[in-house]
Design a protein around this ligand. Structure first.
Ligand SMILES: O=C(O)CCC(=O)C(=O)O
Ligand SMILES: [Fe+2]
Length: 205
């Protein structure tokens, strides 16, 4: 059908200066997303990780879980995680991502935003164990949320709604030059799961 060729299915380049951010809408079908959401919400070992900032310990405003190859241990916002072994669903998505992007991923950080009050503050995924130009594949499931990117020096900011089934690919020097956040919202919305697949350089931790 002619409609299937509609240009909105083309990847959308959000940023191509000081790094690359490309959005693939509906990378997973509604059915695939719904199945993945249900499975992951139930079977991942969700935790609310404490972080210490300026000597004060708080719980992060979301749940997370870390899965990956043995040896892909990782520190995130002052906490360190040993990854749990891959679940079938996470491994299947990894295989599909590696096929579609040509990149390799040995671990995934899963976030569960229970409602609009859960969030992630401005940060870059620039931990040394990810190497100088990490490719990060971010898959969104469930409720749409506004994701913002801000250039560290020019302060140029752009925002995009990440919707169910979308894939955001961040690569090149993006993490060096840009930060990102998922702000809280008062909108009454349901839960969202985000999976960020990463390649931790072995032996760096
Ligand atoms: O939930 C998102 O879309 C972003 C999550 C994120 O930035 C992270 O886990 O590092
Ligand atoms: Fe991030």
């Amino acid at each position: 059908m002619q409609d299937d060729l509609f240009a909105s299915d083309e990847p959308e380049v959000l940023i191509d200066e000081d790094g690359l951010a490309v959005l693939y809408r509906r990378w997973l079908s509604e059915e695939q997303s719904r199945g993945a959401f249900q499975t992951l919400a139930q079977e991942l070992r969700w935790e609310q990780t404490p972080i210490t900032l300026y000597g004060r310990t708080q719980l992060i405003p979301r749940l997370n879980a870390w899965y990956g190859d043995a040896g892909s241990g990782y520190a995130y916002s002052g906490a360190s995680f040993a990854p749990r072994p891959w679940t079938e669903t996470l491994a299947a998505l990894r295989g599909r991502l590696e096929r579609d992007t040509g990149a390799r991923f040995n671990s995934v950080l899963a976030n569960l935003y229970r409602d609009g009050a859960d969030s992630v503050a401005w940060h870059s995924d620039d931990e040394p164990e990810l190497g100088p130009e990490p490719t990060i594949a971010s898959v969104s499931l469930g409720a749409s949320r506004r994701f913002s990117l801000r250039h560290k020096t020019s302060r140029r900011t752009l925002a995009v709604e990440l919707a169910d089934g979308d894939l955001l690919l961040m690569s090149g020097t993006l993490q060096r030059h840009w930060e990102h956040q998922l702000a809280k919202t008062r909108r009454d919305l349901g839960p969202r799961i985000n999976l960020t697949y990463r390649q931790v350089i072995q032996g760096s931790t």
